[in-house]
Design a protein around this ligand. Structure first.
Ligand SMILES: [Zn+2]
Length: 571
């Protein structure tokens, strides 16, 4: 009788925990019934919070809109519109609402704003003489109530198709938080799918040269095992990683997982959880994934160890940064537990034979200069200077430098500046000395890499300076070519009487478009650029009288090369 009682007491707390806390790791509790979803459609997602994207963690939840634009977008709770933003890329048209409970919600890729917000945006655009704007509003300016329509959904900004990007941020720190922790539940009974595991043997800093052992995985429905059953040999400092994705019941999209826990002999050595992070740490995705392997094979191996320079707040638990020292002569059990935000779990166990007698690894020796992740790092060759502020490396780096043959049209040799496999949290200062014949082109010089990325450039003390975000192969070019302007529906002397708008296509081949200024009869007019189609447009607003008018457009690139298009037209 007493034994039975003890047994049931022991079971009881476990049941409550499973039921109430979704059985997922989180460091804080968030209000559950405060926010509603942004759409009146049955909730379905095409992207999860902290999902892995090139160079950033996805900062919100992407709600499906049936591949269409134009669905009403609703305020998630009472509050006030605190910020309005229009970007070429990023979130496109976006609304930010601040709520009295200390959170801000964000709605992105909108087709259009509500009439009241559209007026505010338009007035600010005209005042600033640009369609790209980002401004804050005062608390009493535009109060909104829960459910109020603030915009229509669309696909503006950096997106492939229509959806609403939705975020919940801590209003004070602007850290973005997983919206699904606020009770915005999606039907999900499918556990994550595991792909391939990887074991790393460390001898020095993590790099493209770190020893990797890829392990094929088979299984389904939460239960996974190695494709080739074997005991893996390991000795010394070791780390693990895995590829994984999640599906829920609302779409076939491959979404990000919520958490990855690594256990050794039943003890948790590291937990990653997609709970919240700060925007200035989002590039630390390249510390979380195996970045060299991502560049080589486009696969996202999610590491179960933390690089010492990574500051992202996605690791609620870790011992020794998740690095395991296999130094005894026994068999250990390594277990991955991968969960989605609904608590569905997938599991993979490996057996590892640890060895104490393995030959000692040779002491680590860099081939170039050792850069320290926690210090300022500087390099100079007389032709090239590099200055890397602290906080930009995730681990120490074997910095390699070489002068390589020049490319046709270049104004410097090609330089190898470090390894492209070493990720950088933000950027560094790079100076390259141009050829002496650069002369009058010094003001038009830019630093480019061999992948075609233009980093811009300014002339400074005999060098061209830029701030690249990656290492790699760099050299100097000059940009003397003005942007192109191709009229789409306007010709000189033609009629625009039946046209709703003027369309022209603009772009620049090297440094990129900096500014465009459109005028009708000498008066500045607001033109909007769709970066994806490169179409710049002016929509007639009814103010033009019948008769002859003049349209003039000037487009300038980052190196101040300008092109002008002029046409008379009739209304
Ligand atoms: Zn999104």
């Amino acid at each position: 009788m007493i034994q039975k009682l003890i047994a049931s007491l022991l079971l009881f707390p476990a049941l409550i925990f499973n039921y109430a806390a979704q059985n997922i790791v989180q460091t804080k509790q968030y209000p559950k019934d405060y926010f509603r979803g942004p759409l009146d459609l049955p909730p379905a997602t095409v992207g999860a919070f902290a999902e892995l994207r090139p160079n950033h963690f996805h900062s919100g939840l992407d709600f499906r809109t049936n591949q269409q634009d134009g669905y009403p977008v609703h305020a998630a709770a009472d509050g006030y519109v605190s910020r309005l933003r229009v970007q070429f890329g990023g979130f496109g048209n976006a609304v930010y609402i601040t709520h009295p409970n200390g959170y801000t919600t964000v709605y992105g890729h909108l087709q259009s704003f509500s009439p009241e917000l559209a007026d505010l945006v338009h007035n600010y655009q005209v005042q600033m003489k640009t369609d790209i704007v980002d401004f804050n509003l005062l608390p009493l300016q535009v109060p909104v109530s829960k459910g109020q329509v603030i915009a229509l959904s669309g696909h503006t900004g950096a997106v492939a198709g229509p959806h609403v990007h939705f975020e919940i941020r801590d209003a004070e720190t602007q850290q973005t938080i997983n919206p699904q922790l606020f009770g915005l539940a999606l039907p999900d009974t499918k556990p994550p799918v595991l792909g391939t595991a990887c074991m790393y043997s460390f001898n020095g800093p993590f790099s493209e040269k770190t020893g990797r052992r890829f392990l094929g995985v088979v299984g389904s429905n939460g239960n996974y095992r190695l494709a080739k059953p074997e005991i893996i040999e390991a000795s010394g400092l070791t780390g693990f990683a895995i590829t994984a994705y999640d599906c829920n019941n609302t779409s076939v999209a491959h979404n990000g997982v919520y958490s990855i826990e690594l256990k050794v002999d039943g003890k948790t050595v590291l937990t990653y959880a997609a709970e919240r992070f700060a925007f200035d740490q989002t590039h630390a995705i390249n510390a979380f994934i195996d970045y060299p392997e991502f560049l080589r094979s486009s696969r996202f191996f999610q590491k179960c160890f933390i690089l010492p320079g990574s500051k992202i707040t996605l690791y609620p638990q870790s011992i020794n940064r998740g690095v395991i020292n296999f130094n005894d002569d026994s068999i250990h059990e390594v277990e991955y537990i991968v969960k989605d935000v609904a608590g569905n779990a997938s599991n993979l166990k490996l057996k590892v034979r640890s060895s104490s007698s393995a030959k000692l690894m040779a002491a680590y020796k860099p081939t170039g200069i050792l850069f320290h992740y926690d210090k300022q790092n500087d390099f100079s060759s007389g032709k090239v200077k590099v200055s890397l502020p602290p906080g930009n490396l995730y681990d120490d780096l074997d910095f390699t430098y070489a002068e390589l043959p020049r490319r046709p049209g270049a104004y410097s040799p090609t330089y190898q500046i470090g390894s492209k496999y070493a990720p950088i949290n933000d950027s560094y200062d790079l100076w390259i000395k141009p050829d002496s014949n650069i002369g009058k082109y010094a003001d038009k010089a830019v630093i480019v890499n061999t992948d075609g990325v233009c980093e811009g450039g300014i002339y400074q003390d005999g060098y061209i300076k830029a701030n690249p975000h990656t290492f790699g192969l760099y050299f100097i070019r000059v940009d003397t070519t003005p942007p192109f302007i191709h009229p789409v529906n306007i010709t000189n002397g033609g009629s625009m009487a039946a046209k709703k708008a003027i369309y022209v296509k603009i772009g620049d081949s090297l440094s990129g478009v900096k500014i465009y200024m459109g005028y009708i009869d000498g008066q500045w007019v607001l033109m909007k650029w769709d970066f994806k189609s490169k179409i710049l447009s002016y929509t007639f607003d009814g103010a033009l009288t019948k008769g002859k008018h003049t349209f003039e457009l000037t487009v300038t690139d980052q190196e101040n090369n300008s092109n002008t298009f002029k046409a008379d037209f009739y209304r």
